[in-house]
Design a protein around this ligand. Structure first.
Ligand code: PGA
Ligand code: ZN
Length: 417
């Protein structure tokens, strides 16, 4: 039985407060988990409760969420069965009673939801990925490594938020990680030589002031080649445009690079041109989160060749994903625990993806901690793709290192494809 639930305020990778929750079983076994936080958030995400007290952390304190855990969630959960994750999560949803978890805060609810699973796994003497995924938990993911940052994750001249490398030709997860890390280092050398800054953005990718968005793709292809790999064969490119962040008054305003305004059709034409030229196999949030018609068109135009991923579009919410499936608005979903706010609902969204034959990618947030829950979740759910940043910044590397550990533990049972 759950005997204690508590929480504390810690800092995330951007120096902003976040929630770390603890759940104790039978006064003996304690599991903990820390909640991440986004910057380019979708408007329909579950609510992250912040104190709004300007005298503390610029209003970003999470003491209210912590108090909700101590005063409201703990009394409800103490005495409950920690192995029934769904019952626990539903109890918190009922207690909250709102549609977007604004009463208790999605950060309060998710912290406790994850900590429950961590404690339960410990009590069963199982690694978290096995507790969550059972005998089916053996597939290691291809990392989508965000080695060049722009948009709201960096103060530079690049409009698109993320330029990722996907080592699709690697024989194993550890080799894929090596391919990606070597490309990251090759890119650093190229940037240095061209007198571009090699400082990094929120997710550990470089954030140079490039002349255009095209140049980002060109430099990455050059880096792949210099690292000794073949673009399109060993390593392909993936984008997260996070287009909602530059969609204004009906057009896509690529103002940071000075590219200017584009219509939905022009954006689709741009992606069509780029996917051939730059070996792009995945495009996330290529259009604004409310541009459903645009997404339908984009998917019809290139969805057979390219993975079309909805992040802000779906916010890990099965209602939005259902709508997307009905309209063929995409063919993949970015999965972020804190967009929806419980482990159970996250798994339900993944189950919906599987039913529709869609891909799903387990993802970090731009504000992270050293927590590695998502790495275990990724192997447990077996989707085969993870998005957790570049080859630097410890909060990103913690996830990759956890996957290396899992790979080692699984030995020859590990599957990578
Ligand atoms: P966020 O960015 O965590 O700032 O929302 C990540 C993403 O858009 O995928
Ligand atoms: Zn995104």
């Amino acid at each position: 039985k759950i005997t204690n639930v508590s929480a504390m305020e810690i800092l995330d990778s951007r120096g902003n407060p976040t929630v770390r929750a603890y759940v104790t079983i039978d006064n003996k076994i304690t599991g903990s988990a820390s909640v991440p936080s986004g910057a380019s958030t979708g408007i329909h995400e579950a609510l992250e409760l912040r104190d709004g007290d300007d005298k503390r952390y610029c209003g970003k304190g999470v003491q209210k969420a912590i108090a909700n855990i101590h005063q409201r969630i703990a009394p409800q959960l103490v005495g409950m069965n920690p192995f029934n994750q769904r019952e626990i999560d539903m109890a918190m949803l009922e207690l909250d009673g709102s549609k977007n978890k604004e009463q208790l805060g999605a950060n309060a609810i998710l912290g406790v939801s994850m900590a429950t699973a961590v404690a339960a796994a410990k009590a069963c003497n199982l690694p978290l990925y096995k507790y969550l995924g059972g005998v089916g938990a053996f597939r290691l993911p291809v990392p989508m490594m965000n080695i060049l940052n722009g948009g709201e994750h960096a103060d530079n001249s690049v409009d698109l938020q993320e330029f990722m490398v996907m080592p699709i030709g690697a024989p194993s997860f550890s080799e894929a990680l090596r391919y990606g890390a070597e490309t990251f280092h090759a890119l650093k050398k190229i940037l240095k030589k061209k007198n571009y800054a090699t400082s990094v953005g929120d997710e550990g990718g470089f954030a140079p002031n490039l002349k255009s968005n095209d140049e980002a793709c060109e430099l990455i292809l050059e880096a792949i080649t210099q690292a000794g790999y073949t673009p399109g064969k060993d390593i392909s490119l993936a984008l997260d445009s996070a287009a909602s962040s530059f969609y204004k008054d009906g057009s896509y305003d690529m103002h940071w690079s000075g590219t200017g305004k584009k219509t939905t059709d022009e954006m689709i034409a741009l992606y069509q041109d780029w996917m051939e030229k730059y070996h792009i196999i995945s495009i996330e949030d290529g259009l604004d989160e409310n541009d459903w018609d645009g997404f339908n068109k984009l998917t019809a135009a290139i969805g057979k060749k390219v993975q079309i991923v909805g992040d802000d579009l779906f916010v890990t919410n099965k209602e939005f994903v259902q709508k997307g499936i009905e309209q063929s608005s995409a063919n993949a979903v970015l999965i972020k625990l804190n967009q929806i706010g419980t482990v159970t609902e996250t798994v339900e969204t993944i189950q919906l993806c599987r039913k529709a034959g869609w891909n799903y990618i387990i993802s970090h947030r731009s504000g992270e901690t050293s927590d590695t829950f998502m790495a275990d979740l990724c192997v447990a759910m077996g989707g085969g793709q993870i998005k957790t940043g570049s080859a630097c910044r410890s909060e990103r590397i913690a996830k990759y290192n956890r996957l290396l550990e899992i790979e080692r533990e699984l030995t020859s049972a590990a599957l990578f494809c």
